[in-house]
Design a protein around this ligand. Structure first.
Ligand code: FAD
Length: 448
């Protein structure tokens, strides 16, 4: 016989856990969380890389110091999370050309100003609605340094060029998580209040790991039936789906009846961004480590080709680790090739910057978010002026099936705080629906 719960939540990332927490705080404790992988956290994922805890997914608390407080920053304080302030303002003065020379400050400053102006101009065009122009690449962005700065501003999401609510409302400061327990320890902190969590582990039968949901059937009267790949069947009155937008766009989960057209059209309209941090371990440091040297940029004629680098000495002194960030097409390309090929490419770029005598990396770690069937990308990417109806449709419930996840957060999509707040919103919306259902019952009326 299928096991029955009041609510099933699919996915134990930040949004699934925060939705469960809201339900528990409001007396709905008969909740079952089904997670496909063997751990909680989803896109918050710490790995041990040669003895150093590295964050393969979310790495920063973004949006601190503004008019509204960032709830993840508050949670971090409560958990004693170790963080380091990231000062990106110097990155533009650490731009290397292919012969290892650093661009003079004046050249870098001019190029930076051009790129910011061009981004703002693009925004103005979008705001006045002249879409015919906004999609045209700027003809001025052509030299390797311009391309590198354009990548840094847009793909790395710098506040000067990307006027999103995270920066405008929560603040422009960013803090790198540098904690042995990983960013995901915030989720254990959240779960403490309602799941059985001895010694930082979740040992609660209401959380089931390695349960890949493959089918969701919505029955007209008695709720929802969920089937997992290992053949288990679970029933519930309500369901919250917290899987990523990339998973919703894939065929991992089939819905019966199929999700309505308005829903799938909205889901398929969202662009999924792939963002990859490649970690390289060295026998010793050969890069500059003094003040203002944490971030450096490689200017290549191919946009996004091993452009943005960070050393981890501020976070973990003596770690001898470099991180290079790739996005979209470059991420997908690197996911397809072997790690040895990626290591060769990265070494050749580093030798351009630091000369032929630097040591080879002794280890490489390449996360594959795009090919991970439980993720299918890194995060949702809405245009600067999104179509609000599309986002509302992505979030809107279909009968007893509710949706959450960072991609449902109209203001903060793409971020941990977006996922966290989305979970709270969806939990509250479901509570409201339950209340309505009960009122119907009292009147001996079947729930809608
Ligand atoms: P998820 O964390 O994806 O949770 C969904 C869960 O559903 C997953 O655990 C998944 O395994 C599970 N699942 C999927 N399919 C099924 C299925 N069929 N059955 C059961 N379970 C299923 N944010 C920041 O704030 N700062 C950053 O610096 C930052 N950097 C990032 C860097 C990278 C490389 C990535 C990938 C993300 C980054 N983000 C960052 C974004 C942030 O990680 C996400 O917005 C947030 O963690 C999403 O949480 P979520 O609960 O919406 O989704």
């Amino acid at each position: 016989t299928p096991s029955r719960s009041y609510v099933i939540i699919i996915g134990a990332g930040v949004s699934g856990i925060s939705a469960a927490k809201v339900l528990a705080e409001n007396g709905v404790e008969d909740v079952l969380i089904l997670e496909a992988s063997d751990r909680i956290g989803g896109r918050m994922r710490k790995e041990d890389f040669r003895g150093v805890p590295v964050e393969l997914g979310a790495g920063w608390i973004v949006g601190v110091g503004g008019k509204e407080s960032n709830p993840i920053w508050e949670l971090a304080h409560q958990s004693g999370l170790r963080t380091c302030f990231s000062d990106y303002s110097h990155a533009r003065y650490n731009i290397y050309d292919r012969s290892g020379k650093i661009f003079p400050r004046g050249v870098a400053a001019d190029s930076y100003k051009r790129a910011v102006d061009s981004a703002n101009q693009g925004l103005m065009i979008q705001q006045v609605g002249d879409l015919s122009k906004s999609n045209q690449p700027s003809s001025t962005l052509m030299t390797p340094i311009d391309l590198a700065i354009d990548f840094f501003l847009h793909d790395f999401e710098m506040a000067e060029a990307v006027p999103i609510s995270t920066f405008t409302d929560l603040g422009e400061r960013e803090f790198l998580v540098a904690d042995e327990r990983g960013y995901e320890c915030l989720l254990y902190k959240m779960a403490q209040g309602f799941l059985f969590t001895p010694d930082g582990k979740i040992l609660d039968s209401r959380l089931k790991l390695n349960k890949v949901v493959k089918e969701i059937v919505q029955n007209s009267r008695n709720g929802v039936t969920v089937t997992t790949e290992d053949g288990c069947i679970y029933e519930a009155n309500y369901l919250i789906v917290s899987v990523s937008i990339g998973v919703l766009q894939s065929d991992l989960i089939s819905f019966r009846p199929p999700l309505p057209r308005w829903k799938m059209e909205a889901v398929n309209m969202v662009d999924v961004k792939v963002y990859t941090k490649v970690f390289l371990k060295f026998p010793h440091k050969f890069w500059p480590c003094g003040p203002n040297k944490e971030f450096f940029i490689y200017a290549h004629e191919r946009r996004g080709y091993y452009t943005f680098w960070q050393h981890m000495e501020n976070a973990f002194p003596g770690s001898n680790i470099l991180v290079v960030t790739l996005t979209n097409g470059e991420s997908m390309r690197v996911e397809e090739q072997t790690d040895e090929e990626t290591l060769r490419e990265a070494m050749s770029v580093l030798r351009d910057m630091f000369g032929p005598d630097i040591p080879n990396a002794t280890d490489i770690l390449v996360p594959r978010w795009w090919n991970n069937r439980f993720q299918r990308g890194s995060y949702s990417n809405y245009p600067v002026n999104p179509n609000h109806q599309v986002i509302r449709n992505i979030k809107a419930p279909v009968g007893r099936i509710f949706f959450t996840g960072e991609h449902t957060s109209e203001r903060f999509n793409g971020y941990v705080h977006g996922g966290y707040l989305a979970g709270i919103d969806t939990g509250k919306a479901l509570l409201e629906e339950m209340r309505k259902g009960m009122m119907h019952c009292r009147k001996c009326d079947p729930p809608p």
